[in-house]
Design a protein around this ligand. Structure first.
Ligand code: SF4
Length: 450
């Protein structure tokens, strides 16, 4: 890494899966705001759903998700019943909507903790109340340790079209340090079961910066991953925030690779994947040229939401389940993370929103600028203001803030056009932060850029 780039790698910057980011959510936004925003959804507008399943079989020490270990199925079964009730409540809040679902994503936690009957009941319910668009993607995050041939078939029968497998790292000594023992054969079998069942779109998640992991380990893992021919790979840097996620205390700081090593690991993943023919998408995704994400990146239709980069074209994403976040034109809302608060609200017949943020015209303009930059790696500020309720020059402060990044070779600025250089791609979060009026350096609330 060039010495002048080290300050960017060390900076704690948001991942910008939303703008403003979740750090800015507050309890001044609640159910009344949400009901108003829902009433403003056009009846024929396509919708996207995110369903959160906050249970896992075992806790991975690196985990940053909202989840807990379910020792018995009772908790999962009860949760399913409450989730079905929440789906009904949400559908009742948008009466007459007939735009259908463009995209459904089951995340967690581990959605594969649901038994086959409960998973089928949830998918049947959302199809019955919202309906599907002629082309709809139904994606599910998968913990290979919970999988079997029968489960793969059940997912396919319920309509799953894309499976996203948590792979992370294939090296046993790294797996031991993160409390996630998952042999290559298990992942290989899971991919085979899914493909045999008819789920052909396969995503892998890989992580660098894990304890005990070396550049060579990352190379080995990535090569093994490529051998299974996934359609997409998302590559994340481990964020060590034990003050926020207590179980991360199980990871010794001394075992973590340093900044230069992390940078080299991220670079190695890219080298192996691009060498194998995958296209770099955004700053942390890679896609096979035939995959819809590579095509969306090429066509300029790539988007970004709480799941990261997406081909989802719906402007409204509604969240279901404890802690889930919804993204609507006027703002963001989040369900109660506490299972009890979430459940009690549903039993009372109320939408379980506990916080969120409303966007003013300038926020909406900044959101669009950040999402365009993160997806297209370029932004033309001339004409960007059109359609937003904000002054034409509202983002000029960002151009000023970008000047040092241009001096360091991360962006090129021509007039009011900003282009991220190949060197700047990995630092795109630092570039986006120049458009963020809320972010402040070193707040301890975001992960490092690399
Ligand atoms: S399986 Fe995923 S959500 Fe569950 S503990 Fe591990 S990383 Fe977290």
């Amino acid at each position: 890494m060039k010495p002048e780039h080290q300050k960017y790698a060390l900076a704690e910057v948001p991942r910008y899966t939303s703008y403003p980011t979740a750090v800015q959510f507050h309890d001044g936004v609640g159910e009344d705001d949400y009901r108003l925003w829902l009433s403003q959804i056009a009846k024929d507008e396509p919708l996207s759903l995110y369903l959160h399943i906050p249970f896992c079989q075992k806790m991975c020490w690196y985990c940053g998700c909202h989840t807990s270990v379910a020792h018995t199925y009772d908790r999962v079964g009860t949760y399913t019943q409450d989730l079905l009730a929440e789906i009904d409540l949400l559908a009742a809040a948008i009466p007459g909507h007939h735009g259908g679902l463009a995209h459904v994503h089951f995340g967690g936690g581990s959605p594969t903790m649901l038994n086959d009957a409960d998973f089928a009941a949830i998918t049947a319910k959302i199809m019955a109340v919202f309906g599907a668009r002629p082309v709809m993607e139904l994606a599910v995050e998968i913990d290979p340790r919970t999988m079997s041939a029968q489960k793969a078939q059940a997912l396919a029968d319920a309509g799953v079209t894309r499976a996203s497998l948590g792979v992370q790292d294939f090296n046993r000594h790294v797996q031991e340090k993160i409390n996630r023992i998952q042999p290559f054969e298990l992942v290989e079998n899971t991919v085979g079961w899914l493909r045999d069942a008819g789920v052909h779109a396969i995503n892998f998640d890989l992580i660098y910066g894990l304890p005990g992991q070396s550049v060579q380990d990352v190379k080995h893992s990535t090569e093994l991953a490529v051998s299974l021919r996934p359609d997409r790979l998302a590559v994340f840097g481990y964020a060590h925030v034990p003050w926020f996620k207590k179980h991360q205390e199980m990871i010794k700081t001394d075992d973590l690779p340093g900044m230069e090593e992390r940078f080299a690991e991220a670079h190695m993943v890219g080298q192996v994947l691009q060498g194998a023919g995958y296209i770099a998408v955004g700053f942390d995704h890679y896609a096979h040229p035939d995959d819809s994400m590579a095509k969306a990146a090429e066509a300029g239709t790539l988007r970004r939401n709480f799941q990261g980069y997406t081909t989802d074209t719906a402007d409204t994403m509604l969240g279901l389940g404890a802690s889930s976040i919804g993204a609507l034109g006027p703002g963001y809302v989040q369900n109660a993370p506490s299972l009890d608060i979430w459940r009690n609200a549903i039993h009372d017949g109320t939408l379980p929103i506990t916080r969120g943020v409303a966007l003013n015209g300038e926020d909406a303009m900044r959101r669009a600028a950040i999402m365009t930059l993160m997806s297209a790696m370029a932004l033309d500020l001339g004409g960007h203001a059109i359609g937003f309720d904000a002054p034409e020059n509202a983002l000029d402060d960002a151009l000023e803030k970008l000047l040092p990044l241009a001096d360091d070779g991360l962006v090129e600025i021509t007039g009011r056009k900003v282009k991220v250089t190949p060197e700047g791609r990995i630092f795109i979060r630092n570039v986006a932060a120049c458009f963020d009026t809320h972010w402040q350096m070193s707040t301890g609330r975001h992960s490092r850029a690399v």
